[in-house]
Structures are given as C-alpha cells and as structure tokens.
Design a protein around this ligand. Structure first.
Ligand code: HSE
Length: 313
C-alpha cells in the first residue's frame, strides 16, 4: 500500500510574530510512503526536484537518505508512539519548495511523511498528536502548523512541549510577493546570530506590534498592518546574513499600498505584503537591489493557500 501527501510551503514569523506566526503558500512538496512487502529491503529515500531556476541541486546532495533523514525520524517516532517499528519503507519526496530559503521545505516533508505514515497505520494519531511529533522533529511550530492546516496560523510551543494553535482569517485580497534569492541560509546559522537575551524595550516592541498585527488581520485594517509589520527580535540580527535585505525593506517603507516587507522565516527569502499595488514595481525594485549585488532572484506573487496538507487519492 502507498500513500501520497501534498503539503504547502510556509512562511514563518511575519515580522513581529517570531516563532509563533506562519502562513501557507501555494508551492508544494509531495511525500509518498510505500510499505514494501519484501522483508529485508530496509528503507529507501528518493528525492526529486520539480523546481524552477532557483532550486539548487547541490543542496539535495547534503540530505541524508538513511535513518538520519528527518522524514524517516518523524515516521519512526509515529510508529514508536503506537509500539511499532518501521521496517520496509520507501519514501519518495517530490520537491517544488526551494531548500534553505525560509519557505518551510523541511516542515513540509516532515508533515507529509507523518500524514502518509499515519494513513498507512490506520490513522492512530489525531491532528494535535501529528503536530506535536512534527514540531518535536522539525522544531518550528510556526512552519509545521500552517503546513498541516493551511492559511494563517498562530502556533505556540509551550514550556511543557505541547503546542497551542489556532487558524486565523487572513484577508484573501492581500497579495503576498515572495522573493527567493539564489543563495542558501540554513536555519541553524540564522538562529546562531540571535542573542540569548534581548533588551526589555525590544521585547515590549514586539509584543505591541504582534498585538497590532493580529488586530489588523482580523479587521483588514491596512493602516494598522503597515504599523504592525516591524520586528526587533530577529530581523535586525539576521540582516548581516542577507545582503540587500535592509535596502529592500527601506525601499518599501513609505509606499502606499505596501503593507510591509519581512524576512520569510529565517530567510533569506523575503515577503512583501501589498494591496492594489503595482506588482511589477515590486518586482523591479527587488530585482534591481539584488541584481546590483550579483544575486539572482525568483519572484512570485501569490495568494495565501487556505488548504493544508492533503492526502492524494
Ligand atoms: N521561527 C523560525 C526562525 C522559523 O525564524 O528561526 C524557521 O523556519
């Protein structure tokens, strides 16, 4: 028996929602898991890229194809949670989501693997259990939760490890322009530049802006959204890892119709949120800034993906 699951890309943080907000985007990875009947065949992991220009084949070479693969680890944890061991498994991953760009490619494959394995096992785990296994393996509920649920999601990993999450309404008319540069930035490097402690004023700044953001989204208040999309907990520290990031943010600061410009997850991709704004102008501004630094960029304007991970029949 085999099961395929299609999972959307995700963009975490949205500025002040560091480690707790994320949204799903219509770019997908598909994970297929097959229980092979022949004993002794072990595990087999295959990766296929379906991408466009920016996907980096070399990045694929660094992904483990054995028990250390993150999808296998998640699947193993699910089997163990019901007292079983995975044995003969074939895992195929078709990837459209660029790797190490801040678009949730690892959350997507972990979620896809877990949902496929859960179906193969007769669905012993519910959504909350799958979300908590995925978070334990992948580490980022702000990617994992929107990958499972779709849409715009608030997800908090509590001190006891449990995850509290809610899907919120995102104004469908807001455009999301995703700008994906042709260089990689691993989440571990992007986290290594963050300080252990932050000034109280910066924590207060983010609390205020996160509250504004939630209210702005709930009431489709574009002026409030423009004020909200600011952060002092992660973006300023990550600026040095993403050449051009500050210039791109500055370029859109005072544009009517642009609600904000943020780093996507841990970067280096960036998101520009706008409404009734000239999308070609966004593209040409971003291209000009990055190309001046010899950085190629793929730019897509998308609507939020309301559908989460989906089992393909
Ligand atoms: N919130 C995480 C971070 C997301 O910014 O490090 C990682 O995808």
């Amino acid at each position: 028996m085999k099961v395929s699951v299609k999972v959307p890309a995700t963009s975490a943080n949205l500025g002040p929602g560091f480690d707790c907000l994320g949204l799903a985007l219509p770019i997908y990875n598909t994970v297929t898991i097959e229980e092979t009947v022949l004993p002794g065949t072990g595990i087999e992991i295959n990766l296929m890229s379906e991408g466009e220009e920016v996907i980096d084949e070399a990045a694929f070479d660094n992904i483990p194809r054995d028990e250390n693969n993150i999808v296998y680890k998640a699947v193993e944890m699910l089997y163990n949670s019901i007292g079983q061991e995975p044995s003969e498994l074939k895992i195929n991953i078709q990837s459209q989501i660029p790797i190490t760009r801040g678009l949730g490619s690892s959350a997507a494959v972990v979620v896809g693997g877990l949902i496929a394995a859960n179906k193969l096992l007769g669905s012993p785990a519910d959504e909350t259990a799958l979300l908590s296994i995925a978070t334990e393996v992948e580490g980022h509920p702000d990617n994992v939760a929107p990958a499972i649920l779709g849409g715009f999601v608030l997800a908090s990993q509590e001190d006891d490890g449990s995850v509290i999450y809610r899907k919120l309404d995102w104004p469908q008319e807001w455009d999301i322009t995703v700008c994906i540069p042709d260089f990689e930035l691993s989440t571990s490097i992007a986290r290594s530049v963050l300080p252990e402690q932050v000034p109280l004023q910066d924590a207060i700044f983010n609390a205020k802006h996160l509250a504004m953001l939630i209210q702005a989204v709930n009431t489709k208040d574009e002026k409030l959204m423009q004020a909200a999309l600011k952060d002092k907990l992660h973006q300023p520290y990550r600026e040095k890892l993403v050449p051009g990031m500050k210039e791109i943010m500055d370029a859109f600061k005072h544009e009517d119709g642009v609600l904000g410009c943020v780093l996507s997850g841990a970067g280096p991709a960036m998101l520009i949120i706008s409404h009734k704004y000239d999308l070609d102008k966004i593209k040409s501004i971003v291209k000009e800034i990055w190309e001046a630094q010899s950085i190629k960029v793929e730019i897509k304007t998308l609507k939020i993906e309301q559908k989460g991970a989906e089992i393909l029949e």
